[in-house]
Design a protein around this ligand. Structure first.
Ligand code: TYC
Length: 112
């Protein structure tokens, strides 16, 4: 906390000192967060998507299977929320891994 202390002596009126203390909050803006999204397609095997979610998003098998099924049924799902740098890294890791295995899996990010 920073303090502004303003002291005014009004000698004509003879009031003595008038002190004004104004507290200002420091502006500590938190960095924005980004959602990492996984998109459905017709070709990527379900087991591959489950593996991606375990490997890059730290999910256990049951969680990964559940999230994979959500993407499969709804078309898209948020698989994690991260800082810009971490989100970008996740997207790159997933896209590279999918490409290396010749699957069309798509992963993107958007500001929360
Ligand atoms: N729809 C795919 C299939 O039936 C499975 C799948 C799930 C693909 C999630 C992508 O992000 C995805 N094999």
């Amino acid at each position: 906390m920073s303090l502004w202390n303003v002291t005014m002596s009004d000698e004509r009126e003879g009031d003595g000192d008038t002190s004004v203390v104004v507290e200002t909050r420091p502006k500590t803006k938190r960095p924005p967060l980004y959602k990492v999204l996984l998109l459905n397609d017709d070709y990527t095997p379900m087991e591959f998507v489950v593996h991606v979610l375990e490997r890059f998003f730290g999910m256990n098998h049951a969680q990964a299977f559940e999230v994979m099924l959500t993407v499969h049924k709804k078309g898209i799902a948020v698989v994690g929320v991260f800082s810009h740098e971490i989100a970008e890294t996740k997207v790159t890791q997933v896209m590279d891994f999918a490409r290396r295995h010749q699957h069309p899996l798509q992963c993107t990010m958007e500001k929360e």
